[in-house]
Design a protein around this ligand. Structure first.
Ligand code: AMP
Ligand code: MG
Length: 493
């Protein structure tokens, strides 16, 4: 008889090399794990056997009840600035890294369970998650991936058979997610806040080996590493803004070193264009409003810079501060560069113009004043580029400002001389028709709370091809009817 192959070919570098950065821990026992969603294509990308995991055994693994062979489950330690205030002791309070696998492209990926029970870092929390937020993270993460935005991804969602108390009893659930690592700005802050320079160095070298291996032998690798993280974050936040995404809780513990979006809590996509848009019920001051995200990312990177000073120029703090300040000063330019490239693509423009920023802002200001749906307008502009501006115009109550802007835009396209049909096709490849519309997400999560997962599956299917318009999906393409009222999301649940 041949032995069954292991379900996961784990290679657990964090458990092996990073003693002192985690506690080994196991998930809570739960009554009846049930696999409700499983991401077969991601499983295949990870080199896993989907049919071996879409089983009772798989459900028990993803609930955290049974660690699979070769797993080294652990809770990672970190700190973080939350809404501007420093918490020196956070960590995985309801999550476990079960191990790392090397995917088919040769990239190392973490597999983490979120909602798998209390850990030494739970700080009085129950360590659990409930179905709504688990599926929100699943749906929005997968939507972001399909939009081409770096993100952690969902591998599986299980219900646990427990009732967890939130604003009432809710079905308990666990999300299995995949990340290129779970290293955060807050991981660095934990050790820097304890003045443990050697641990910060060990962490930085680990992060470099994992994310920027070409820097590993460089003598000035720490400042270069910082510059890389900064570029990744600038590009990430530009990508968010280009699709109208509001993360909602950009604390430093939710800011990755990899440049992936992480921890979808009170997040949402804007409907009407509004830089002040906030969806999180706890973000009273609007700290993490849509339009503040670039500035907040830069602030979070300044917190990372502080943790690296002692490595960058040992013994010469002034020099280290000068070097990181120079890098931080590049953030607005990096951000603007990514955003301008993205906006030109959204508008089908192939050439640069020195007035581009101002030109784009005229459109956005008009959209803001007239509460124009961000996603729909850019999608309809594709049709406008190919000769029919009716749908785009219809989104404005007063069309004059739009018409004036549009005339300049059309002139610019004409000057570029590109074929109109090709311009439309190019625009349609970057301007989604389907995003996770807040009311559709809510509709799906509400059904899931009573055990109906069909709306979630259908939504996932729609969002997996966000740029490809399909007949019969009109209901997914527009904002909620105005009488539904303002949308609110809730944190950490
Ligand atoms: P989040 O807002 O989800 O990014 O979480 C912030 C911190 O709170 C992290 O350290 C989490 O592990 C912890 N946390 C969130 N929810 C819970 C919970 N239900 N039980 C224990 N810890 C939690
Ligand atoms: Mg978090």
């Amino acid at each position: 008889m041949t032995a069954k192959p292991p379900l996961f070919q784990f290679d657990n570098s964090y458990a092996r090399e990073m003693s002192g950065f985690f506690v080994a821990w196991e998930g809570a026992k739960v009554p009846s794990p049930d696999l409700v969603l499983f991401n077969r294509s991601l499983a295949e990308d990870l080199g896993l056997d989907p049919s071996a995991l879409e089983t009772r055994e798989g459900a028990a693994i993803f609930a955290g009840v049974t660690p699979p062979d070769g797993a080294s489950p652990l809770a990672q330690v970190y700190a973080g600035h939350q809404f501007g205030g420093f918490s020196p002791q956070l960590g995985d309070g309801r999550a476990l890294l079960i191990g790392e696998v090397i995917d088919k492209l040769g990239h190392r990926r973490d597999i983490q369970l979120k909602g798998s029970g209390p850990t030494p870092f739970s700080r009085g929390g129950d360590g659990k998650a409930v179905i709504g937020p688990v599926l929100r993270e699943y749906v929005i993460g997968e939507a972001m991936h399909a939009l081409g935005i770096p993100t952690t991804r969902a591998l599986a969602a299980v219900t646990t058979g427990e009732n967890i108390f939130r604003e009432g009893p809710k079905p308990g659930a666990v999300l299995a997610r995949v990340a290129s690592s779970h290293l955060r700005v807050g991981t660095f802050q934990f050790f820097a806040a304890r003045s443990d320079t050697e641990k910060v160095r060990q962490l930085a070298d680990y992060a470099i080996a994992r994310h920027d291996p070409d820097l590993a032998q460089e003598s000035d690798r720490y400042i270069k590493f910082f510059a890389r993280v900064l570029e990744r974050q600038a590009a990430l936040v530009a990508n968010w803004v280009l699709v109208g995404f509001v993360h909602g809780v950009m604390n430093t513990d939710n800011t990755t070193i990899s440049g992936e979006t992480i921890d979808y809590g009170p997040c949402a996509f804007i409907d009407a264009y509004d830089p002040a848009a906030v969806f999180s019920s706890i973000d009273h001051g609007g700290r993490y409003a849509f339009g503040r995200q670039p500035m907040i990312a830069q602030w979070n990177l300044a917190r990372l810079a502080e943790t690296l000073l002692a490595l960058i120029c040992p013994g010469d703090l002034d020099k280290a501060v000068e070097l990181v300040s120079t890098e931080l000063g590049h953030f607005p330019d990096f951000y603007r560069k990514h955003w301008l490239v993205g906006m030109r693509a959204k508008l089908g423009l192939q050439t640069e113009d020195e007035n581009d920023q101002a030109f784009f802002e005229v459109l956005l200001t008009t959209m803001h004043e007239q509460k124009v749906d961000y996603t729909l307008l850019f999608r309809h502009l594709g049709e406008a580029a190919s000769g029919n501006a009716d749908k785009a115009r219809a989104l404005f109550n007063e069309t004059k400002a739009f018409d004036d802007w549009s005339l300049q835009w059309q002139n610019r396209l004409a000057k570029e001389g590109a074929n109109a049909a090709l311009v439309k096709a190019d625009m349609d490849r970057v301007n989604p028709i389907y995003i996770p519309r807040n009311h559709k997400v809510e509709e799906a999560l509400t059904a899931a709370e009573v055990g109906d997962y069909m709306p979630t599956k259908r939504l996932l299917e729609v969002l997996s091809s966000p740029f490809e318009e399909r007949v019969g999906l009109e209901d997914y393409a527009g904002p909620a009817p105005a009488d539904l009222g303002p949308y609110r999301t809730f944190c950490g649940t």
